[in-house]
Design a protein around this ligand. Structure first.
Ligand code: ZN
Length: 272
């Protein structure tokens, strides 16, 4: 069943992201396509120097710490594939506008994503899909999954200070209400396009700052939620989704339950 689930995700990820099934499927045999193992479950493009391999090992350890801090422990055992050239990344189905991606339990990093932030981001997606049942995962809105990944990974590109920069420079951003309509992957990708987040290569070429209004909006929404709900609230949310609760109810209840359980001494809990 697990094998079936991995194949479904591989196929869905490959089709929806526009790459061929063959490209995503190559991750099933990384050593046949120019990657070499660094540690079990961690591959890097052949030719990477020792400093880069060490950087990747460190990133893996830091990403795992971030996942443990938010999910309590790790359920997913992602296999990581790191590319040091764009050709390698594109060869495995990575788009030029993206930094990293995940196919089920298989994470693909571009040369721009060789750090713990993007590793933790994709790992959070893998963790969520592992912990949720197939039906519950299908009911999970994309904006929530992305927001949790953004909050956990603390990538500067999606940070609160980037959100403030967008605000200060009047860059259009989705409102909270609009953000919560980005439920399917299709709606999410349409939003990325609508807010110009897929135009960063062109922006960079013109010497303009890169903008990430949609990812930053998801982080802005989920950061206070996660700070308040904590690991216990996130796990309770996942449990409720698996029990069949509607997303809205699980999203609200995680916060309420955490508030109710909080002792009077817990006043130092971060507030939104
Ligand atoms: Zn993501």
């Amino acid at each position: 069943m697990r094998q079936f689930w991995i194949i479904v995700l591989l196929l869905a990820g490959s089709i929806l992201s526009g790459c061929s099934v063959l490209q995503g499927g190559k991750l099933l045999a990384p050593e046949s396509f120019g990657l070499t193992p660094v540690t079990p479950g961690l591959y890097i493009e052949s030719g990477a120097d020792e400093a880069t391999r060490e950087k990747l090992r460190e990133a893996m350890a830091n990403a795992e710490n971030a996942i443990r801090a938010s999910y309590g422990n790790t359920s997913a055992s992602p296999i990581v594939h790191a590319c040091i050239t764009e050709e390698c990344y594109e060869g495995f189905g990575g788009g030029r506008g993206s930094v990293a991606k995940v196919y089920g339990q298989r994470i693909l990093l571009s040369p721009r994503g060789l750090n713990w932030h993007f590793l933790a981001h994709e790992w959070s997606h893998a963790e969520m899909s592992t912990r949720l049942s197939f039906l519950a995962w299908n009911r999970l809105p994309r904006w929530f999954d992305e927001g949790v990944a953004v909050a956990i990974s603390e990538a500067p590109e999606h940070s609160e200070s980037h959100w403030k920069f967008l605000d200060a420079t009047n860059v259009p951003r989705p409102t909270r209400e609009e953000l919560q309509t980005f439920k399917s992957l299709r709606q999410w990708l349409d939003a990325i396009h609508k807010y110009g987040e897929d135009q960063n290569i062109e922006r960079k070429a013109k010497g303009e700052p890169e903008i990430r209004p949609v990812y930053s909006a998801a982080g802005h929404e989920l950061r206070p939620w996660l700070a308040k709900a904590g690991s216990a609230g996130l796990l309770r949310f996942i449990e409720q989704m698996n029990e069949g609760a509607a997303f809205e109810s699980a999203y609200q209840t995680a916060n309420t339950a955490v508030e109710r359980d909080a002792s009077p001494q817990s006043g130092s809990r971060p507030s939104p």
